[in-house]
Design a protein around this ligand. Structure first.
Ligand code: HGY
Ligand code: MN
Ligand code: MN
Length: 421
């Protein structure tokens, strides 16, 4: 790696493991659950408070803090060339309903810590470096749209379409954003989607591979594709004590038959790469003495291969139709993302940093979705994974060690110095 006076390893040497860990502890209080997890739904009071806390931490450095119209928050460490496109790093502050202390927030805090380390080391970059919070990464945890803020930023999703999305209580993203804006009066406004030079996201792996191999760093090469569906089964409410089978239009019985048939198809033993999940299942009216007249359930289907995504995903509607019995069923694909393969520029920089820091590393493909997916469409992008305990994520038990979090942040700091030189 060329030395331009910033000196390889100087930024990494200033990463402060204890400070980084303490920031995780502070953030975990915002929406912390009794069982040690975090429930911080997109744009709820805690998610907005997380933005306020970051802005407060930025103040002593004099770094500009700005928010765009979809609630993405940017904290800028200037470069020597104010006109140069910035290098961005970050992730999300929102969590799953019973989420953990690291998914998302680690990438935000690692970016912030990397900028603090660059500051402490007196590193000068030509390009500005920005730590960013992307709004509502966790699709369906509150609002049924994932990677929302990054999707709007790159122009994949129109702002007005995102603002119109409503949560399960009928509150729209637009209304929640207006509340967020009002709660952050000191934060400047900036337009959506200014050009960027590159994007690097640190994240816990959310799988078991790094831990099993005893490696601290995953050099992420891409993200598997996904298709999500909403299945709505319509029957008829009826009396549980009086309605004979022949007269029933039981939406729950039909939905259970659909799920059973889908589960028989959506597997690929022994390779076990097909990910099929029915994670939300809503029965209405959900009363013991009523034959259920309506069921809505979701399907989350992921795979690295476009051909498998197409072939199996296209089976969802026919299988549901074949198992609807006396009910009707409407299947809607609610999102679809092709597999992403990061261009070599950022993975190569991450790998060079890991090698230079003598950290055990491997190339790895992501099973989980990330904001780096949308970002990859507009700028060279990549990710850094660190191990998490037993690969557990999207759960309150999610855990990672201070040493691994700091190692990933050291790699991030050197990668940012490299990309922003
Ligand atoms: O669901 C995902 O893959 C991501 O964690 N939102
Ligand atoms: Mn995440
Ligand atoms: Mn997640």
């Amino acid at each position: 790696m060329a030395d331009d006076g910033n000196g390889f390893g100087r930024a990494a040497a200033k990463v402060d493991e204890a400070r980084l860990w303490q920031r995780h502890v502070d953030m975990a209080r915002l929406g912390g659950t009794p069982r040690g997890g975090v429930r911080r739904l997109a744009l709820d009071a805690n998610d907005i408070q997380a933005r306020a806390l970051l802005a407060e931490w930025a103040r002593p450095y004099g770094w500009a803090v700005a928010m765009d119209d979809i609630g993405n928050l940017f904290i800028r460490r200037p470069g020597s060339d104010a006109a140069a496109e910035p290098v961005l790093s970050g992730s999300h502050t929102d969590t799953q309903p019973s989420g953990g202390r690291f998914d998302g927030i680690y990438g935000v805090l690692a970016a912030f810590e990397a900028m603090e380390a660059m500051e402490a080391a007196g590193i000068r970059t030509r390009r500005p470096v920005e730590a960013v919070v992307w709004t509502c990464e966790e699709g369906g945890a509150r609002f049924p749209m994932g990677t929302m803020g990054s999707g709007v930023f790159v122009g994949r999703t129109p702002l007005e379409k995102a603002r119109a999305v409503a949560d399960y209580d009928g509150i729209t993203v637009g209304a929640a954003l207006d509340a967020a804006r009002a709660a952050l009066p000191g934060v400047a406004h900036r337009p959506i989607g200014s050009p960027i030079a590159g994007y690097v996201e640190a994240h816990i792996e959310q799988g078991p591979i790094l831990e099993e191999k005893g490696l601290q760093i995953g050099v992420v090469t891409g993200i598997q594709g996904s298709r999500r569906f909403l299945v709505e089964v319509e029957g008829a409410d009826a009396h549980a004590g009086t309605t004979p089978r022949a007269r029933r239009r039981d939406a729950l019985s039909a939905a259970v038959a659909m799920v059973g048939a889908l589960e028989r198809l959506f597997h690929d033993d022994p390779s076990d790469t097909v990910r099929f999940t029915v994670g939300r299942f809503v029965v209405t009216p959900n009363a013991p003495a009523v034959v259920p007249g309506h069921v809505a359930f979701t399907i989350d289907f992921r795979n690295p291969e476009p051909e498998i995504l197409r072939r199996l995903g296209d089976q969802v509607d026919p299988i549901c139709q074949a198992n609807r019995g006396q009910c009707t069923v409407i299947v809607t694909q609610t999102s679809g993302g092709a597999p992403v393969h990061f261009a070599d520029r950022v993975p190569d920089a991450v790998e060079a940093a890991a090698r230079g820091l003598r950290l055990g590393h491997m190339r790895i493909f992501s099973g989980a979705g990330h904001d780096a997916g949308p970002l990859h469409a507009v700028a060279p992008s990549g990710m850094i994974f660190v191990p998490c305990e037993k690969g557990i994520s999207h759960a309150e038990a999610e855990n990672a060690t201070p040493a691994d979090l700091a190692a990933g942040t050291r790699v991030l700091a050197e990668t940012l110095v490299d990309l922003a030189r």
